[in-house]
Ligand binder design. Structure first.
Ligand code: BJW
Length: 226
């Protein structure tokens, strides 16, 4: 059975109307990532960070999966169970809403909240507030369940194991500027996988891939899948 690991980033959701981070009109041109995507920023101004993620949660709820998400769901459905694993850096749920089942959110999920005191997790309300108490321990230490800079991404051991077992590694819509995800292509290649980049333009790490196909995800991902 051919094993395919697919890494996705903000570019796959761009045509669903969700902003990327580093493009000319990206989120990091309007917000300082140190303010909204670090534990230190959250400690300084938790209200600002909650509002940033509340707005992102509203946008994600209004967005719909695009042909790229749908094509990946068709790929998973067409192949034997266990063949396709999506590792997404995205915090939206568009892969799941497209029908993908095997999805790992390495940078967390807008749809979940977490207690910074006891570690419990639960579904996030539409609007999270700083004063919200943890349903498990009662402490008001609620935070978005998002992996910020300096924090360990989720499921790393399972991801590395999947990369070691992969026959094909495909990266879709990511700039290759954030680690450890940016090193997955090298991890997979070292383990013998073929590597393919699907992105609007050659990314910062395009030369690490065996092959590249460039253009909007909604066009090139269905072409690659079919
Ligand atoms: C399209 C398209 C269309 C557009 N069709 N394509 C120095 C060296 C190395 C590492 C470090 C370093 N200093 C610090 C670090 C570590 C740090 C890091 O990488 N920093 C870099 C800035 C250098 N990383 C971390 O801190 C991570 N944790 C960590 O490393 O833990 C320690 C560890 C050690 C050993 C092993 C494992 C771990 C945590 C990173 C957390 C990232 N968090 C964010 C924000 C939270 C989530 C959220 O709010 O949504 O995650 S940052 C942001 O960047 C977000 C994204 O998931 C992530 C990646 O961005 P992405 O998805 O690539 O988006 P863009 O905008 O960058 O690119 C979009 C691409 O799409 C572009 O190429 C476009 O061309 C393309 N595109 N439209 C197809 N229609």
């Amino acid at each position: 059975m051919t094993k395919i690991v697919i890494l996705t980033g903000a570019g796959i959701s761009a045509e669903s109307g969700l902003g990327t981070f580093r493009d000319v009109d990206g989120l990091w041109t309007r917000y300082d990532l140190n303010d909204v995507a670090t534990p230190e920023g959250f400690a300084r101004d938790p209200g600002l960070v909650m509002e940033f993620y509340n707005a992102r949660r509203r946008n994600a709820a209004e967005a719909a999966p695009n042909p790229a998400h749908l094509a990946l769901a068709r790929l998973e459905a067409a192949l034997p169970p266990g063949s396709v694993r999506i590792v997404t850096q995205n915090v939206d749920d568009l892969h799941e809403r497209a029908g993908s089942r095997a999805v790992w959110h390495m940078h967390g999920e807008l749809a979940r909240a977490r207690c910074a005191s006891c570690g419990a997790g639960w579904p996030a309300p539409a609007e999270m507030r700083v004063a919200d108490a943890c349903p498990s321990c009662g402490v008001a230490a609620t935070r978005p369940d998002i992996v910020w800079f300096g924090e360990m991404p989720y499921r790393m051991e399972e991801i590395w194991e999947a990369l070691r077992a992969a026959d094909l590694f495909v990266s879709i819509g990511t700039s290759g500027s954030v680690y450890p995800a940016a090193a997955f292509v090298q991890d997979a290649a070292r383990a013998g996988a073929e590597t393919l980049e699907l992105n609007l333009e050659p990314s910062e790490i395009a030369r690490d891939f065996d092959r590249g196909l460039h253009g909007p995800a909604s066009e090139i991902v269905p072409v690659w899948v079919e």
